[in-house]
Write a protein that binds this ligand. Structure first.
Ligand code: NAP
Length: 256
């Protein structure tokens, strides 16, 4: 039977799920985007799914106003399944969603990319959060900071280091200090591209979140190939719920 599904998105997983559900045509689907630049605005979402008929998809943009606002939305729209397909570091919305789904007594599941794992013999300095990562960086390092511009602040205290902040969205490096430079770019498409950047900029340390995305792994493979330090920021703890690690499994489950 068709369900009314709300997908919390902003990731390629959410995009894949929307496409899969629309292709099947069994359910009413609404996609929610936070609306911040870089998290998948409606225009970029539609552009990336050009070949899919999006006429049956409703896209809503912007915050709900915490768990209360989200609960009210779920009730008004008679949503019966909430799927959290947000980025693994978007912890606030995941906790809000869990709380709201419980309150409204509707189904709640999560679609999540598996995390990257350390490789034997390769550098992998695990940091518990952004502040901890800032203290883990070796003295005087030249750092490729691949954490997103909104997560760069804790690194300002490390005036002994130089930071190349790479971000998809624009950032004003003047806000961060003289030891920051900025590169507005997507992650490199190949290991070779990433090696070239690391060598050109004389990078000695990579700091990254454990996003688990295939495309963003090239920077880690490149840092490993050059024997650089890798500081990996652990994923935040997310609500306890059923988790699907791949698209086919969640689509099969939704057919049942
Ligand atoms: P967050 O800290 O968990 O959420 C902050 C607030 O933004 C939430 O309380 C909620 O506002 C609103 N929000 C977040 N995701 C939303 C969504 N899909 N639909 C509607 N409102 C949403 O999130 P964040 O880390 O800022 O990430 C924002 C978005 O960017 C997420 O959708 C995430 O999937 C995507 N993203 C995040 C990262 C990252 O590294 N964090 C990377 C890539 C993409 P209200 O409380 O008002 O409802």
């Amino acid at each position: 039977m068709g369900r009314r599904i709300l997908i919390l998105g902003g990731t390629s997983e959410a995009r894949g799920l929307v496409k899969g559900l629309l292709d099947e045509g069994l359910h009413d689907v609404t996609l929610s985007l936070a609306g911040a630049l870089g998290d998948g605005t409606e225009a970029s979402f539609r552009d990336r799914l050009k070949k899919t008929d999006l006429s049956r998809l409703y896209i809503r943009i912007g915050g709900f106003g915490g768990p209360d606002g989200l609960s009210a939305y779920l009730q008004t729209e008679a949503i019966d399944l909430l799927i959290d397909a947000t980025h693994p570091y978007a912890a606030q919305i995941s906790h809000n969603a869990h709380q709201a789904a419980n309150r409204c007594q509707i189904g709640f599941v999560r679609l999540e990319r598996p995390a990257w794992e350390p490789l034997a013999g390769k550098s992998w300095i695990e940091a518990k959060d952004l502040n901890d990562a800032a203290t883990c960086i070796p003295q005087g390092a030249r750092v490729l900071l691949a954490v997103g511009r909104q997560s760069a602040k804790p690194f300002q205290a490390r005036t002994d280091c130089h930071f190349l902040l790479r971000s998809i969205a624009p950032a004003n490096v003047v806000d961060f200090g003289g030891n920051f430079s900025f590169c507005q770019a997507m992650p490199g498409k190949t290991i070779e591209e990433e090696i070239q950047l690391l060598q050109e900029k004389e990078i000695s340390c990579l700091v990254t979140k454990n996003s688990g995305a295939k495309r963003s792994y090239h920077k880690i493979a490149a840092a490993h190939a050059l024997g650089l330090d890798v500081v990996m920021i652990k994923r935040p703890i997310l609500p306890d719920c059923r988790i699907f690690n791949n698209l086919d499994t969640i689509l099969d489950w939704l057919k049942g």
